[in-house]
Design a binder for this molecule. Structure first.
Ligand code: HEM
Length: 473
């Protein structure tokens, strides 16, 4: 694989587009390897792709992947700051790949000004006390899952974490109290969560819905089932006589009106629910699985975490997200105006991608970047452009606080209730598991013994990572 990134360094390449200022636009150099090879390297060897690319070409370099237009991958803090601040109209999000599954009416897909209106509508359940109020439910669900484990058995953490994170979203965020409906939704998402179905939904060429396309047939059938369940739930919510007293996000969405008195359509609400479930559960489950993977391979950190206070737990969660971000590219922005990066002028329509892996492994910000050392987050808090697992700016992850809390609760319960041991001598490789990069094999651990219950409740602490959120209050 090393050959993939060892091609000779290129010179600034003229992309041939005139800029609006009249000057020629240009892209930074990058690997000159066949697009298919770069595509494979980006998916299957992202860490090496990023490390070697930055070592050879600098903080920003151009990638050419598959049939897509060239894009610029950056770990440059100043560039990231300009991407996340300033006029959101100057850049489009780059989430189009997700539209097949999430739908065009999702907050991830919208552009200003609709995006801001929708985001403000969705924000309340993800902030402050409301997020805090989910801790007890998370704790209860985690304890129930862990109570099923028996000493001596070998278990896979990823599916357990997936069940938990899905249940938290369905119950806490979406307010789905009906057990049967939760079971149906869990079944659909479990079935969708195979590599084939993920590719069939997220690779546009494969996603095309046509009778001859056998690759995406099953994924589309599951998407139809999902739509049916969600429409049923939306109709029941609209008809609920107690709607005005409910606090869940769905009740808020169906009650919301814009300045013309218009509410959201069923399709808009459906796309939003799909987005919250899809964006929130696999990411958090993958991060949790990485957490256990890293802990069982670092027994000293595990011992400190077991004895440590809430501040250490918070630092631990951030270190997990730093060293193994579930989404190693955390933001994609398509330029609507020419955009300067050093001596290059990135032309319109080219995407600039935030390389979260690269940012988090830059030794200038994180000395000894491959060492798993939660203490670094106790010593210093990085700003919102140096710690980017949740992206930033106008599209920063809405569920960041929820995810941090959930990881803390789940890890604290696991540390308190079970003794775990690794089943492999080496840390798992990161492999694609849907849109995330997950530990290969799903983190298999041996349950050595059961312990008592966790000590205290977890409190969410506001942190420096919040500074990258550009949503006006
Ligand atoms: C460890 C877990 C998670 C990670 C690593 C993560 C990461 C991300 C990233 C990188 C983005 C794109 C940000 C950008 O474009 O700059 C995003 C967006 C988003 N995430 Fe998360 N996420 C996580 C958990 C959650 C949860 C629990 C929810 C909700 C239940 C959620 C809901 C969303 C939504 C709605 C967006 C779109 C925001 C917008 O476009 O305005 N995420 N997330």
């Amino acid at each position: 694989m090393s050959a993939t990134l060892d091609a000779p360094a290129g010179h600034p390449t003229s992309a041939g587009h005139p800029t609006s200022a009249g000057g020629a636009s240009s892209l930074p150099p990058g690997p000159r390897l066949p697009r298919a090879v770069q595509a494979m390297a980006r998916v299957w060897r992202f860490a090496e792709f990023s490390d070697r690319g930055h070592a050879r070409y600098g903080d920003s370099f151009t990638v050419r992947v598959g049939t897509s237009a060239p894009a610029v991958l950056t770990r440059d803090r100043e560039v990231i700051k300009r991407l996340y601040t300033g006029d959101p109209l100057g850049k489009r999000h780059g989430n189009d790949l997700l539209s097949t599954f999430l739908g065009m009416q999702s907050v991830l897909m919208l552009e200003p000004p609709e995006h801001l209106v929708r985001r403000k509508m969705l924000l309340p359940p993800f902030h402050g006390e409301r997020v805090q109020s989910y801790a007890r439910l998370m704790q209860r669900l985690t304890a129930a899952e862990l109570d099923r484990l028996r000493a001596g058995e070998v278990v896979k953490v990823q599916p357990i974490a997936q069940t938990l994170t899905l249940d938290v979203i369905l119950q806490a965020v979406l307010g789905i109290s009906d057990v049967g409906m939760r079971k149906r939704l869990r079944g659909i998402f479990d079935a969708l969560n195979t590599p084939l179905n993920s590719f069939a939904m997220f690779v546009p060429q494969l996603a095309h819905r046509a009778p001859w396309n056998v690759i995406s047939r099953r994924a589309w059938r599951l998407k139809d089932e999902l739509n049916a369940v969600l429409f049923e739930h939306i109709a029941a919510t609209r008809a609920d006589p107690l709607l005005g007293e409910r606090e869940d996000i769905l009740a808020m969405m169906v009650s919301a009106r814009d300045e013309h008195g218009e509410g959201l359509t069923d399709e808009q609400v459906r796309d939003e629910l799909t987005t919250l479930i899809a964006a929130g559960h696999e990411t958090t489950a993958t991060a949790t699985a990485w957490g256990i993977e890293l802990l069982v391979h670092n027994p000293a950190v595990m011992a400190t975490a077991r004895e440590g206070d809430d501040a250490y737990l918070e630092a631990l969660v951030k270190e997990i997200l730093r060293i193994r971000s579930p989404l190693p590219i955390s933001s994609a922005r398509h330029m609507l105006e020419p955009f300067s990066i050093g001596r290059w002028t990135i032309p319109r329509d080219v995407a600039v991608l935030v390389d979260a892996y690269g940012v988090h492994h830059d030794p200038r910000t994180y000395p000894d970047p491959h060492a798993f050392r939660p203490e670094r987050f106790l010593e210093e808090q990085p700003d919102g452009y140096s710690f980017v697992p949740f992206g930033g700016g106008a599209h920063r992850c809405l569920g960041a606080s929820l995810a941090l809390l959930e990881m803390k609760v789940v890890l604290r319960e696991m540390l308190a209730r079970v003794e775990l041991e690794r089943t492999s001598d080496t840390l798992a490789r990161a492999v694609p598991g849907g849109p995330t990069l997950a530990p290969r094999g799903g983190t298999r651990v041996k349950v050595l013994a059961r312990r008592g219950a966790a000590r205290t409740g977890t409190t969410e602490t506001a942190s420096a990572v919040e500074t990258a959120d550009a949503t006006p209050a």
